[in-house]
Design a protein around this ligand. Structure first.
Ligand code: HEM
Length: 156
């Protein structure tokens, strides 16, 4: 029973991480492509909230349910798939944390452009390029974790 609850929460957490990440990326990209500062500011404001409410919660809970599952099933923390999952999880975090800050900056720059009635500044476009580029390694790492979790390859 405890095992089922843990696994249920762990899989829900994985869905939230991937789903919120993909959703946020899509809506930000669409808002950016539209090029209207007011829309970008509005979407970025909601995206930042979603990241704090959904992604951050799942980011904290995922290793907790993961570690409890390792103990419940009796896996070893020396198992290669678990070691690599944790390494890749840290890699994801290294790319995700700056993205949260970038989204806040993009929101503020878009808001300032709306208030001043100006174009989006060069700094906004530079930040967008970093935001866009960070998404690829972060998603690749999460996809690799999914594979490791499902396949649980045994080394050797
Ligand atoms: C960060 C540390 C993590 C640890 C220690 C961990 C640990 C585990 C363990 C032990 C299982 C197997 C449970 C069983 O045998 O029934 C599992 C399953 C699973 N994990 Fe993780 N996990 C972690 C992170 C993640 C992340 C980041 C994701 C995806 C975003 C994820 C997605 C999954 C999925 C989808 C399963 C179910 C696989 C299946 O039953 O075929 N895990 N996890």
């Amino acid at each position: 029973m405890a095992y089922f609850v843990l696994k249920f929460l762990h899989v829900i957490g994985a869905s939230v991480l991937l789903g919120t990440g993909a959703g946020i990326a899509f809506f930000m990209l669409m808002a950016h492509r539209g090029g209207r500062p007011a829309v970008i500011a509005g979407v970025a404001r909601i995206v930042v909230i979603a990241d704090f409410v959904f992604t951050a919660t799942a980011v904290v809970l995922q290793p907790v349910t993961g570690v409890l599952l390792v103990r419940a099933v009796g896996y070893s923390f020396a198992d290669a798939w678990i070691v690599w999952s944790i390494v890749l999880y840290l890699v994801t975090g290294v790319f995700w944390l700056p993205v949260v800050w970038i989204q806040m900056r993009m929101r503020d720059l878009a808001l300032a452009a709306v208030a001043d009635g100006t174009e989006l500044p060069r700094s906004y476009h530079r930040l967008f390029r970093w935001w866009f580029a960070s998404g690829f390694p972060a998603f690749a790492a999460v996809a690799a974790i999914f594979w490791l979790m499902i396949a649980r390859p045994v080394a050797g």
